[in-house]
Design a protein around this ligand. Structure first.
Ligand code: TYM
Length: 336
């Protein structure tokens, strides 16, 4: 039986942080041998907020290199850059024309980001989830592994599939495949180090709020030393009055590879003074191999270019096939 298809992506805006890693990339890596995987660097999404043209291309390469450094294996997975495949923008346009504006206006991420942009909200920011739907649908993806914050966007994608298939499918022949979100419980929402009620985010103005995958050991140690805690002695998961405690224990559980039960038992009597150095050391050791591999990959640009060229070819074959199917279903003429 053919393997199920997976598609996911990360925006090349700033450095990736532990939320991106534990909520998404690590899960891609862990399950990649079970699926036929497509992982893209979604650079067209990165321009939905003001961006610096001088660093966009370099950031995209850096994210592709980080995918590989985190363990994406090209025997199971294809990696590529979204803007290298024109079908993403084209399908987004076709989907735009059947998407009610009010579906987009109620997206939580749009509302949050729009507040931050003030007067500067672009049509692209509103339209962002439609482009994301195009990313997913062009690859006939069965599963979309993401963190919790992307769930609503995948629900919108599913609504668009129903709409397209209802309007343009014929009988048994659906036009687009219905995808499902794949969200792991632990790590789905990694919280800020400076406020356990807020998501860890690339756009938080404080660098102390997140650990980036490329932070050097002394920076990681400093950030953990300074992170917010509480005055209660003994550490525990799931106490709603102790969001920082739950977040830091979850990080320790995921990065140490120890079970939740073992962590809960080991840390039940610990104070922060004992726990923080333990978490810092565990984080440094978990990120060390990724950082070493990243430097290696970045030192051979020709090899990375070749990987992205192959990825583009493979991804384009799938994307162009689905795009042609949608255009035919919507009644476009075929150029002679
Ligand atoms: P982006 O670039 O914001 O984040 C990339 C991935 O990281 C996850 N994530 C988190 N997980 C846990 N805790 C956090 N604090 C945290 N912050 C981010 C995100 O859920 C995501 O899985 N719209 C997407 C990119 C995208 C995409 C796609 C994803 C575009 N097209 C198609 C899947 C399929 C985004 O902005 O992710």
């Amino acid at each position: 039986m053919a393997k199920q298809r997976v598609l996911s992506g990360v925006q090349p805006t700033g450095n990736l942080h532990l939320g991106n890693y534990l909520g998404a990339i690590r899960n891609w890596v862990n399950a990649q041998d079970q699926y036929d995987n497509y992982f893209c660097v979604v650079d067209l999404h990165a321009i939905t907020v003001p961006h610096d043209p001088k660093v966009l291309a370099d950031n995209s390469y850096a994210i592709a290199a980080l995918y590989l450094a985190c363990g994406i294996d090209l025997t199971h997975s294809t990696i590529f850059i979204q803007s290298h495949i024109a079908a993403h923008s084209e399908l987004a346009w076709l989907l735009n024309c059947i998407t009610p504006v009010n579906w987009l206006e109620r997206m939580i991420q749009f509302k949050e980001k729009a507040v931050k942009q003030g007067e500067n909200v672009s049509v692209g920011l509103l339209d962002y989830p439609v482009l994301m739907a195009a990313d997913i649908l062009l690859y006939d993806a069965d599963l979309v592994p993401v963190g919790e914050d992307q769930k609503q966007h995948i629900e919108l994608t599913r609504d668009l599939v129903i709409r397209i298939n209802d309007q343009f499918g014929t009988g048994e022949n659906s036009v687009l495949k219905m995808p499902e979100p794949l969200i792991q419980k632990a790590g789905a929402r990694v919280m800020s180090l400076t406020d356990g009620t807020k998501k860890m985010s690339k756009s938080d103005p404080s660098d102390l709020s997140r650990i980036s995958l490329l932070d050097p050991p002394e920076v990681i140690t400093k950030k953990i030393k300074r992170c917010k805690t509480d005055p209660t002695k003994g550490l525990e998961f799931d106490n709603p009055d102790r969001p920082e405690c739950n977040n830091l224990l979850t990080l320790y559980h995921l990065l140490s590879g120890q079970s939740r039960e073992a962590v809960a038992a080991d840390c039940a009597e610990m104070g922060w003074g004992q726990f923080k150095p333990l978490l810092a050391e565990t984080t440094v050791e978990a990120l060390r191999p990724i950082q070493e591999k990243y430097s290696e990959i970045m030192s051979d640009r020709a090899a990375l270019d070749a990987i992205l060229r192959d990825g583009r070819e493979k991804a384009a074959a799938s994307a162009n096939h689905v795009l042609a199917k949608v255009k035919a279903a919507m009644g476009f003429s075929v150029p002679l």
